[in-house]
Write a protein that binds this ligand. Structure first.
Ligand code: PHE
Ligand code: NA
Length: 472
């Protein structure tokens, strides 16, 4: 059977944007920005997206398009070594961990969306349980399991319909809908009472955090950049594996990064005016998930036209979550299809069944949810991307350069060599550094020991790979 491909280049870009634009843009990005100095943090974050996110994304595109296989098959076939197949297996495993919690949050969003629509229809607002409770307490339970299963089923249904008829078709209308709704909500939010206070809070140029804790910020900023660009679990390898035309990868990567960042910034311009207008102190019901699910959701009913706004808002979040969940589930589906010859439908059923169980554990047990969502996923993504980039730089080497240049314009071709040096050497060291500063013992490892450890790990990794092929 021939492998499916995207029907159009735009289809690929929109699917990749669909993967990137997700809960991370709405639930993590505005908070991390507001808490760390507003637009001063934004400047640092944009630097990281440009210097780490985009090169990393292009690394994944290069692997996927070259191999035209799932992450396991890709790393194995490009290296000719089963050990690298195992590294691919680590990515697939991480993707299953990720979808286990992501699908639970997706289920919650679906519930809020449903309740908003119900409010729209009946004129009364039946929702949103437990305002003021903590997110963990409010979210765990059998109803969370039920909505998680509904969300997962929707995700699997789109996957079963295939690359063109499912993922490409779905994301082709979901993405414009998200943009249009967000812009509409942003315009509406700007007319609300709390808007100017919110902008001042969100976008203030406060450099004190940067001056006090610049190196401490790099970890969270990098973590957010990886999460938001869907790096480190093999999503972008998988999506790029369905490319058959050799068009410019740098152009596609840059488009994805720009659109994803625009959505993140826009989301903040909607979320913060809402919170300030409703008199919810940012941070009061927790940041991120807590504010979104408990604070904001509980307060929508106080707004004039609240159900209408809530419906539009949760439609955005639901579409964003769904288009990302598809891209996470597709990793293991493509693995089962490519490597074990399962039909798509069967593969989706197997993976769906597994995640139904693992996700339910997250839905029932707040401590598991908190650990997976708050810590484990960031570690897995960082390790996964580091491994992939070492692969690109040291195993693919010249092949990566060739693939990068194929179809690229003059700018893309000019940056190819520095790009390979960046992904093979600079980024792995930087990523290990952020891993140690963020998750080291007590989060308190000194700067120089960390640098030494990062360099040592990188050198060891490279030394181990020397025999396979060399960089450039
Ligand atoms: N990028 C998605 C978001 O921001 C999350 C994601 C991570 C999706 C990794 C796929 C792979 O919500
Ligand atoms: Na994102």
């Amino acid at each position: 059977m021939t492998r499916e491909t995207w029907a159009t280049r735009m289809g690929f870009i929109l699917a990749a944007v669909g993967s990137a634009v997700g809960l991370g843009n709405i639930w993590r990005f505005p908070w991390i920005t507001a808490e760390n100095g507003g637009s001063a943090f934004l400047a640092v974050y944009l630097g990281i997206v440009l210097l780490v996110g985009v090169p990393g994304l292009l690394g994944m595109f290069v692997v996927g398009r070259r191999a035209k296989r799932n992450p396991v098959g890709a790393l194995r076939s490009l290296s000719g070594s089963d050990r690298w197949g195992l590294a691919g297996g680590f990515l697939v495993f991480s993707s299953l961990v990720l979808i286990s919690f992501y699908s639970v949050v997706g289920g919650w969003i679906l519930r809020y969306f449903g309740e908003s629509v119900l409010g729209l229809v009946t004129g009364t607002v039946p929702y949103f349980a437990n305002p003021g409770a903590s997110f963990g307490a409010a979210s765990a339970g059998l109803d969370a399991v039920a909505f998680h299963l509904v969300f997962l089923a929707l995700t699997a249904l789109i996957i079963v319909a295939g690359i063109r008829g499912g993922i490409e078709l779905a994301t082709k209308w979901m993405m414009p809908a998200i943009f249009a709704l967000l812009v509409g909500l942003g315009v509406w939010a700007s007319t609300q009472a709390g808007a100017s206070e919110a902008y001042a809070f969100y976008l203030r140029f406060d450099t004190s955090v940067l001056r006090e804790n610049f190196f401490g910020l790099l970890g969270p900023a990098a973590g957010q950049a990886l999460f938001t660009l869907s790096l480190g679990v093999g999503t972008m390898i998988t999506y790029a594996s369905y490319l058959d035309e050799d068009r410019s990868l740098p152009f596609d990567g840059a488009s994805v990064a720009v659109l994803n960042t625009v959505v993140g910034v826009l989301a903040g311009l909607v979320v913060f005016p809402l919170l300030f207008t409703l008199g919810i102190e940012p941070g009061e019901t927790g940041t991120g998930a807590g504010a979104l699910f408990v604070g904001l959701a509980g307060a929508f009913s106080q707004l004039p036209a609240g159900t209408f706004v809530a419906t539009a808002f949760f439609a955005v979040v639901a579409l964003a979550a769904l288009s990302s969940a598809i891209s996470i589930l597709e990793i293991s589906v493509s693995f089962l299809v490519d490597e074990h010859g399962l039909p798509r439908r069967r593969a989706a059923a197997v993976v769906g069944g597994l995640v139904a169980v693992t996700g339910s554990v997250c839905a029932l047990e707040p401590s598991v949810f908190g650990f997976v969502a708050g810590t484990l996923v960031d570690i897995l993504l960082t390790v996964g991307l580091t491994v992939c980039l070492v692969f690109v730089g040291w195993v693919m080497g010249r092949d990566a350069l060739t693939e990068f240049r194929k179809g690229a314009g003059p700018v893309g071709r000019a940056v190819a060599t520095p790009w390979l040096f960046g992904v093979g050497v600079v980024l792995p060291v930087f990523l290990v550094f952020t891993l140690l500063t963020t998750f080291g013992v007590d989060g308190e490892i000194g700067f120089w020991p960390t640098v030494v450890a990062a360099v040592a790990v990188a050198v060891a990794a490279f030394a181990g790979l020397r025999g396979e092929r060399s960089l450039v």
